[in-house]
Design a protein around this ligand. Structure first.
Ligand code: IPE
Ligand code: IPE
Ligand code: MG
Length: 233
């Protein structure tokens, strides 16, 4: 069995799920929020240390304003409905992404959830919100340059660079799952998935189930992770 600390999911296909049912795209996003609750509670029960969920990318601002506004209203919907349950399950909320462009209401709701759950010791439920992998790498470089100028920077190597990433405190991503059968990263965790196992699943996010997560973990456990080494030395 491979060790499994960190699962990252690109929750894709909400819009197509809704379209196939003759519903507006927002109905897919709403269903997607309920799915976040279900999968987070389940992953925590499985003992996963960290679950990073791609909720909104730096490219998603290109969407129609109405849809963007709806997506930005979802943190409120989610935490209003489920924060209590997250607390009961000892889940700790965190967020990666570029805070400044997120509307104030969503920002303060996230901050409150992060604060309230900060002492929890169960799974880290990490939302990637206004997150872009390239943006993360560029921001890390800028932060390093600033420290360097101030004479505070350690010499740069892979270890020290990690400390400047938004995921600095998180374990490496072991398993990356993308729903909806799109085979791409869409600017998600570019640096962090260097040695992750990838699973692309032909199911829209609102239809993703705990059983699917179990199946992904089974598949993951059968993979030979060599990290460049040889299997039998
Ligand atoms: C994922 O579903 C949710 C976000 C990107 C916010 P989509 O909205 O991308 O759904 P599809 O891919 O259009 O079906
Ligand atoms: C990736 O999905 C972003 C999130 C799941 C939040 P997209 O639907 O935005 O990705 P593309 O546009 O198909 O690459
Ligand atoms: Mg999509």
């Amino acid at each position: 069995m491979n060790s499994l600390e960190h699962i990252a999911i690109i929750m894709d296909g909400n819009g197509r799920w809704a379209k196939e049912k003759g519903l507006p795209r927002t109905a897919g996003h709403k269903k997607g929020v309920e799915k976040v609750r279900e999968i987070a509670i389940y992953a925590n029960k499985l003992g996963i240390k960290c679950l990073t969920l791609y909720a909104f990318s730096t490219e998603n601002w290109k969407r129609p304003e109405k849809e963007v506004n709806y997506l930005m209203s979802l943190p409120k919907v989610f935490f209003k409905a489920y924060l209590k349950e997250l607390m009961e399950n000892n889940i700790k909320v965190e967020m990666i992404g570029e805070w400044s462009r997120i509307p104030d209401e969503a920002k303060s709701i996230f901050k409150a959830a992060i604060k309230e759950t900060s002492k929890n010791t169960g799974m880290i439920l990490n939302f990637a919100m206004n997150y872009g992998g390239r943006d993360e790498i560029v921001s890390a470089c800028k932060k390093y340059a600033k420290d360097y100028k101030a004479g505070k920077a350690k010499s740069l190597n892979e270890e020290t660079f990690k400390n400047y990433l938004m995921t600095a405190k998180l374990p490496d991503v072991d398993l990356l799952i993308r729903t909806s059968n799109e085979i791409r990263l869409s600017n998600f965790l570019l640096y962090e998935v260097a040695y992750s196992e990838f699973i692309f699943i032909d199911r829209y996010w609102p239809d993703f189930s705990c059983q699917d997560l179990d199946d992904c973990i089974d598949q993951y456990n059968k993979r030979g992770r060599r990290f460049g080494d040889v299997t039998n030395k």
